[in-house]
Design a protein. Structure first.
Length: 301
């Protein structure tokens, strides 16, 4: 019988759609898994659980959002053991990229029977694993300052509403971004917002950088410079709409980077999110870490 380590974040996503951990365990057992069920108790606990219980597991199943997935990945980089995502967070971008069904019973069935493996490059940001992406500036402020109770009730609607408030008072922090691009050339740019993405999608189902490839040796940086509130609004409106209008807003620059650093001018720090969780701040150092294999439905077109 296959052995599964099942990590469940009981606080992920909206309260009214959270799954029953014991039911997940039973569903996995029905598909031939011997399950070691573990619940997270707080930030970064998934990393500790994986490091403690990974030996002997044939797969790590993670029920939660992109933040929980990233925490689990931090404990299994280059292990060769695959991770299976059960999407229960606010967005679950990585699961969407891999074609994993949103309905958990369907996801369990699809990933238990004849699944394929997707290789993802993992990046290390100040000790944390970046598997989806990271952001410094506007979006980190919007996500980090949304009350947890509203996020758990309204999800993206709550973050969007908070984003309007943050847009109205955004002070355009002076960020300095340095690093090495895909051709091995050093770069140095000023910006007032930074997004780093491993996946094509960034905010829900919307595409940020169409050419992003999670398996390659570079991470995509999207920088916005200047202090125009109209351009900031145009950028995020572009992200929400089909197409790539956001990449054509004046002041936007895309860099294919091998590694990068971010600092903010002055004594103040600028908050940053990792995989959607606002848990860090400048200065930031992002370096390649290793690889992880994610299970995906075999019949994804």
């Amino acid at each position: 019988m296959r052995r599964a380590l099942l990590i469940v974040n009981p606080a992920a996503g909206q309260w009214w759609r959270r799954p029953n951990p014991e039911r997940l365990r039973d569903q996995l057992a029905a598909h031939g898994w011997s399950v070691n069920l573990r619940m997270t108790l707080g930030q970064d606990h998934a990393t500790e659980l994986v490091r403690e219980h990974l030996p002997g597991a044939d797969a790590v199943w993670v029920c939660g959002g992109d933040g929980t997935v990233g925490q689990a990945v931090a404990g299994m980089v280059d292990s060769g053991i695959p991770i299976a995502i059960l999407p229960a967070g606010t967005v679950n971008v990585v699961a969407a990229e891999c074609g994993i069904p949103k309905r958990l019973s369907r996801a369990i069935a699809a990933l238990s029977e004849d699944a394929r493996r997707c290789t993802y490059r993992v990046w290390r940001m100040n000790g944390r694993a970046v598997i989806l992406g990271a952001g410094v500036g506007f979006d980190a402020r919007a996500m980090g300052r949304t009350p947890v109770s509203l996020k758990h009730s309204l999800g993206l609607l709550a973050i969007g509403a908070r984003g309007v408030r943050e847009w109205a008072r955004y002070d355009f922090p002076a960020l300095r971004v340095t690093g090495t691009d895909g051709q091995g050339r050093a770069f140095e740019h000023d910006a007032t917002q930074l997004l780093a993405t491993v996946t094509r999608r960034f905010a829900g189902s919307h595409v940020l950088v169409p050419d992003a490839n999670p398996a390659d040796d570079c991470i995509e940086l999207v920088l916005l410079s200047g202090v125009s509130r109209a351009r900031l609004a145009a950028f995020w409106m572009g992200v929400e709409l089909p197409g790539t209008a956001q990449l054509h807003v004046p002041g936007v620059r895309v860099i294919h980077a091998r590694e990068f650093q971010v600092t903010r001018a002055g004594p103040a720090e600028e908050e940053a999110h990792v995989n959607g969780d606002v848990v860090d701040a400048t200065p930031l150092d992002v370096q390649p870490w290793g690889r992880v294999e994610i299970l995906a439905p075999a019949d994804r077109g």
